[in-house]
Design a protein around this ligand. Structure first.
Ligand code: B12
Ligand code: SF4
Length: 452
């Protein structure tokens, strides 16, 4: 039996606070914890980001970011109490690069006998940079899904990658190891998305992977090729436990695409209905898979908000997302259906592709304003490691992967400067809000355009 501490490191936001400051449950760590505990290991999840949410200091990297989360002293206290044999650090996003590397170094400085291992989207796509910045404190990087490598490390002292995670064989994610009240409290305090949560919530997924190959998306680096749905009865058991034992009032399915198959989405809705709680897909659904019956069924089952991945009215942008097949006349129909059924509707749009003109980006904002949606989120396209985009763009001077966030432009173009794109997005968000905040109108979700 090994003692294993799994850590979500602190995070950071832009010092101008032009992005949200999220603290969400680290679902990937809960999945690994579930399997490790099933095999008899003692596991603790330490969410440094959430537990130290109110502790802020200026990140010394580039002087433009604020770090938030527990400190080195807090970590050392935890290590001293738990005395782990293995510490696994998650780095889901490149923006947490320095925080994740710091944690690894702090662990080894505390006790160099502790085995350190890191996984997540960022180390999966930038292993060399991560290894270098951990300064010999990191023993292993896992590129891809972490369940079996972690289990192998715990059982056989080697994380040798075996197979992709067998979704059918996976035990329930260990949500019970997470500070669930704290996530709900922070969400409530920050109005993180465009609605409040009704109480404790969990993040889970109905599937892994995706069948598309959007030029900006790194999903294959972690989940490999193809889409793997879970069995409905397993999702049901997990939700039942969450509702009946943990007192959860909302379930969020945080996958790339639970909606690769509308039939499967319908089955999820039918299963969720029995619980009488709110649930949904905060990450966005493909419009082309929606239809009236599915929308009605999901709504009747407790999904009262929808995030539509409309992305852009511009063909040159949509051409970089083969398979999503966004067609504007169909978007209009779906938007109207959502309105008629009663959904709170939010839509995602992307701006700032290197060959896109500023006029074209402005048209995207105008399109969003003209759409009958409640809120909109405008993302600046990011060249994420492990994507086609990463390999083809020119980066701004002084670029570092920790700058990868949707409020920042990190690309050079002959058509505009990064500042112009950021300004256009900023003004676009204000214009969108103004368009919704007319005299006599009560904004659903409050006076708030979703911050991302
Ligand atoms: C939920 C989510 C969020 C949540 C936060 C979740 C959290 N706990 O903090 C929210 C909505 C707040 C969010 C925000 C952002 N996100 Co996000 N998010 C996701 C999403 C959709 C799901 C994560 C998840 O639960 N996955 C399912 C679990 C099972 O997978 P996993 O976490 O990757 O874990 C597995 C493996 O990676 C590995 N693993 C993970 N950790 C470890 C640790 C060890 C030790 C080992 C061995 C293995 C291991 O094993 C796990 C199990 O198999 C992913 C996409 C995705 N599907 O993964 C994007 C994703 C991680 N996000 C991304 C981005 C860019 C962002 C933002 C920067 C966007 C923005 N708004 O600017 C912000 C950052 C905000 C901030 N300041 O922190 C990118 C990251 C790419 C990159 N290189 O940076 C992703 C990959 C999406 C994408 N296609 O681009 N996000
Ligand atoms: S559809 Fe979504 S998950 Fe699939 S490749 Fe495109 S962005 Fe990634």
């Amino acid at each position: 039996m090994k003692r294993i501490m799994l850590i979500q490191p602190p995070s950071n936001i832009m010092a101008n606070r032009m992005e949200s400051k999220p603290a969400l449950p680290p679902y990937g760590l809960a999945c690994m914890a579930g399997l490790l505990r099933q095999h008899g290991h003692e596991v603790q999840i330490y969410d440094m980001l959430t537990e130290g949410y109110d502790k802020e200091d200026y990140s010394h990297y580039y002087g433009k970011f604020i770090r938030y989360g527990d400190s080195r002293i807090d970590l050392v206290r935890r290590l001293a109490t738990f005395q782990p044999d293995i510490v696994g650090v998650s780095c889901m996003m490149s923006l947490r690069h320095f925080e994740a590397c710091d944690v690894v170094r702090w662990v080894k400085e505390y006790n160099n006998k502790i085995i350190t291992i890191m996984g997540g989207n960022h180390p999966s796509t930038m292993p060399t940079m991560v290894m270098e910045d951990c300064d010999r404190s990191l023993d292993y990087i896992v590129s891809g899904e972490g369940e079996y490598p972690m289990l192998n490390l715990a059982n056989y002292n080697t994380p040798l990658r075996t197979v992709r995670t067998d979704m059918d064989a996976m035990p329930m994610a260990a949500h019970y190891l997470l500070p669930l009240d704290k996530y709900a409290e922070i969400w409530h305090k920050t109005n993180y998305h465009f609605y409040d949560v009704p109480g404790r919530y969990i993040c889970t997924s109905t599937s892994r992977g995706c069948v598309n190959k959007c030029h900006h998306c790194p999903h294959e680096a972690v989940f490999g090729r193809g889409w793997r749905p879970r069995q409905i009865k397993q999702i049901e058991a997990e939700v039942r436990y969450a509702v009946e034992v943990l007192g959860v009032k909302e379930v969020q399915f945080h996958e790339y695409n639970g909606q690769v198959d509308p039939k499967f989405m319908g089955e999820v809705a039918a299963m969720m209905k029995q619980f009488g709680i709110r649930w949904g897909y905060p990450i966005g659904v493909w419009v082309k898979l929606l239809n009236k019956k599915l929308l009605e069924d999901m709504y009747a089952a407790g999904m009262d908000y929808i995030n539509l991945a409309i992305e852009s009215p511009a063909k040159m942008v949509l051409d970089t997302m083969p398979g999503k097949d966004v067609e504007l006349p169909y978007v209009d129909k779906i938007v109207k259906m959502c309105r008629d059924i009663g959904y709170y509707s939010n839509a995602f749009f992307m701006l700032g592709f290197p060959d896109q003109t500023l006029t074209d980006m402005k048209l995207t904002i105008d399109y969003a304003i003209g759409c009958d949606i409640d809120t909109a989120a405008f993302f600046i396209a990011q060249p994420l490691p492990g994507t086609k985009m990463w390999n083809t763009v020119d980066f701004i001077d002084g670029f570092h992967p920790m700058m990868l966030r949707y409020g920042k432009c990190n690309i050079k173009s002959k058509l505009w400067t990064a500042d112009q794109v950021e300004e256009l997005r900023h003004e676009g968000r204000k214009d969108f809000l103004k368009s919704r905040n007319q005299p006599g109108t009560t904004l659903r979700g409050g006076n708030f355009v979703q911050m991302v």
